[in-house]
Design a protein around this ligand. Sequence first.
Ligand code: AMP
Ligand code: MG
Length: 487
Amino acid sequence: MKALDELTFDNRFARLGDAFSTSVLPEPIADPRLVVASAAALALLDLDPAQAEQQVFAEIFSGHKLWADADPRAMVYSGHQFGSYNPRLGDGRGLLLGEVYNDAGEHWDLHLKGAGQTPYSRMGDGRAVLRSSIREFLASEALHALGIPSSRAACVIGSSTPVWREKQERAAMVLRLAPSHIRFGSFEYFYYTKQPEQLKELGEHVLAMHFPQCLEQAEPYLAMFREIVERNAELIAKWQAYGFCHGVMNTDNMSILGITFDFGPFAFLDDFDQNFICNHSDHEGRYSFSNQVPIGQWNLSALAQALTPFISVEALRETLGLFLPLYQAHYLDLMRRRLGLTSAEEADEQLIAKLLKLMQNSGVDYSLFFRRLGNDPAAQALASLRDDFVDIKGFDAWGEEYAARISREDNGTEQQRQTRMHAVNPLYILRNYLAQKAIDAAEDGNYEEVRRLHQVLCNPFTEQPGMANYAERPPEWGKHLEISCSS
Ligand code: AMP
Ligand code: MG
């Protein structure tokens, strides 16, 4: 385990030079204090979690101090926002402090969000509020614990610095970790500004640093694009299977590594609703829950356009065509596992579709349904779940099909099915109302709740003593929270 001053930097992206990012120093926030830290994320940097308790930790991750080897930079990019091309975006309030490599030989970007204005801030103040910083922190770590690829969050530092959103709030910073912060929009920027040499430089960098295995292929760029398609198909299948709604799937928020990235008004579904829109400024539902799948493909085609200098249109089209079948295969696999099935039958797709339709019509709690289905022997579990459905007859018919389906599985005992299901069906989910309670307390200076919620979400599949209230359905007020899009 290392101390803070023992981190080793190797700023590979910064070395690409000023065409790719601009050197900017963090602007400190006042009276920094640790709100919450993730021991698991700090371990990625080989940092001892006890370091987080030191005042110098809060000072560094609030912009007051900096390592001599850090090379803080605002990255440039562009992207398609709600379907329209925005020619110039970039880190408007976050800085890539540098890349740290750990004892395992991995590089991790240290990205400090809320670090002040940059040349890309446009009209923004360069800040992030405590509320959205806590949400990003909890979501990153909760997704990771669920096995869903995500950027990570090492800590949130709060402050007394006022910032104005709909009302006065306090500024905070999140230290985000990811193997790379390069987005689809990074490629789009160099493509649309007609900088072919820089586009190539970016491509070579990404290949060498993040897709070295593709360099051995006959067409490295095509192999890389294929891998990006595969990773995104798998990522979105996980979002859909676990009820995660990203909310702002603009191409500048899509990671080339296929990890969940750039959190805004995201939500995990409480009641199952295909048409759920978590982003209140998304009036047309472009990024509604079920639209995440076609939008994933749309975003990949926007990236494909930027890669046309390297890959034939025909090959790009063919590779894009892999997205839906790959998505569907991953999704089915995950849903089968959520239902406790270990084999595949043709009719499983129908079985899943029927269940979702019944859930949709009755507003059944998405996460708890699967957890409860694995609580008891099937007949008993089905009997205890049927009261949640308006169409009881419909559910009973589904239950008969399900019972018949699992009886055809030749895979151990009832007890083993239940254990298998509990290992993939979380008991604890980052529900909006739970995050909101933790935020309300934190805004009053009490960080106990956010720390406890974080701990609970680190082990979402394991029942934790005394934490039953984190596994409950939301109260009515908690189902219809309007999460502010300003952050
Ligand atoms: P987002 O939708 O959060 O991914 O942000 C879109 C763009 O707006 C990015 O380039 C952000 O850096 C920028 N941005 C968002 N909020 C602010 C802010 N408060 N100050 C400066 N730039 C911002
Ligand atoms: Mg963004």
